[in-house]
Write a protein that binds this ligand. Structure first.
Ligand SMILES: [Zn+2]
Length: 343
């Protein structure tokens, strides 16, 4: 019997600092209350440190670069071009991360659009900007706030993207931070990679693009914490809850989203579950995600050592797995591998 295979990829949403309306980011966050927004890139001073945690272990990262049709446009691609090319030269993948913002005149702030026509236009315009600036086409994508619609999926597919990693199976959200963003629905999506249907992005179908869900525990029961957290509109109560949650080993996430704000207790459980899956099915796809901007501690403006520690913990756990072939891959390689297995 051949050894079971665990294909592992890290798809990260590479963007500016978190917005200043996210708890804890008042001082160092980007200001999305104005047009043009005031973008803060201060986390990028630790980008090399973060990259080294992966590179010294020979683990490629798929850095999905933030592009939008306002307020950032192609600023990140221009401003950090040298760094992006350096990462590409060491074997990492450079894909695209698109946020579907629109300026709300009445509210006088940037909000997530939910108009499918606008969404498709933003996706296409962002990919055009990416190609023009980078000189190559992105093969992999993820959408800001995990948002998805049939129109977005079709626009990604039509623009030649091989793979999208926006799905958070068994999760949906009608909006956070006063409902201004984080509107998404992946409640019906499978937990394994699939080619979506053009009429329902949550169902397997015959599109070329591969949807690669972020790995999650299969439990259907949302935790108490995952029900409470979206209701905490008061930033201060959430800020107070976070250190306590870490101490009590709690997290509202049931997926491999590596974040310093919650306990890391779920990561090992997910890795174990996907190993089991590989043993049962021959191959399993373990997909992790994170926000590189979490390397900045928004309280001090210095490096967030908890985040660095969490990343190392996850990588070392995977590297020490026994009786399984672990293959670290870029997202586009996961798509190729999947194609090879399914034909
Ligand atoms: Zn994002």
């Amino acid at each position: 019997m051949p050894k079971p295979e665990l294909c592992v990829a890290f798809a990260c949403d590479t963007e500016d600092n978190h917005p200043n309306y996210v708890p804890g980011w008042t001082e160092y966050g980007s200001d999305y209350e104005k047009n043009p927004a005031v973008i803060n890139w201060s986390w990028t001073k630790y980008w090399s440190d973060l990259s080294k945690s992966f590179n010294t272990r020979n683990v490629p990262v798929t850095w999905l670069m933030r592009v939008d049709d306002g307020p950032i446009y192609d600023q990140m691609l221009k401003h950090l071009k040298e760094k992006i090319l350096e990462l590409k030269s060491i074997g990492d993948e450079i894909g695209i991360h698109i946020h579907t913002w629109s300026w709300d005149i009445k509210l006088s702030k940037w909000v997530q659009t939910i108009n499918p026509k606008d969404e498709a236009k933003i996706v296409t315009d962002s990919i055009t900007m990416f190609k023009k600036n980078q000189g190559f086409a992105p093969l992999s994508a993820s959408m800001g706030w995990h948002t998805m619609s049939n129109e977005i999926m079709s626009a990604l597919d039509a623009n030649g993207l091989m793979v999208d990693a926006s799905a958070l199976p068994k999760n949906c959200s009608s909006g956070k931070f006063g409902k201004r963003d984080n509107i998404y629905d992946w409640s019906r999506a499978p937990t394994t990679p699939y080619n979506p249907s053009p009429t329902d992005y949550q169902l397997p179908g015959d599109m070329e693009i591969l949807e690669v869900p972020i790995s999650s525990l299969s439990s259907n029961r949302p935790s108490m914490l995952s029900k409470i957290v979206p209701k905490l509109s008061d930033k201060k109560s959430l800020a107070r809850l976070l250190p306590l949650a870490r101490q009590l080993n709690l997290t509202p996430h049931n997926n491999l989203y590596i974040t310093p704000w919650w306990s890391s207790s779920v990561y090992n459980k997910i890795i174990k579950a996907y190993c089991k899956k590989a043993h049962n099915e021959g191959t399993a796809y373990l997909i992790g995600t994170f926000h590189p901007s979490d390397i900045l501690d928004p309280k001090t403006g210095n490096k967030n050592f908890i985040f660095e520690e969490y990343i190392k913990q996850v990588l070392n756990t995977i590297l020490s797995l026994e009786n399984i072939n672990v293959r670290f891959m870029k997202l586009s390689e996961i798509a190729e591998r999947f194609k090879g297995k399914s034909t």
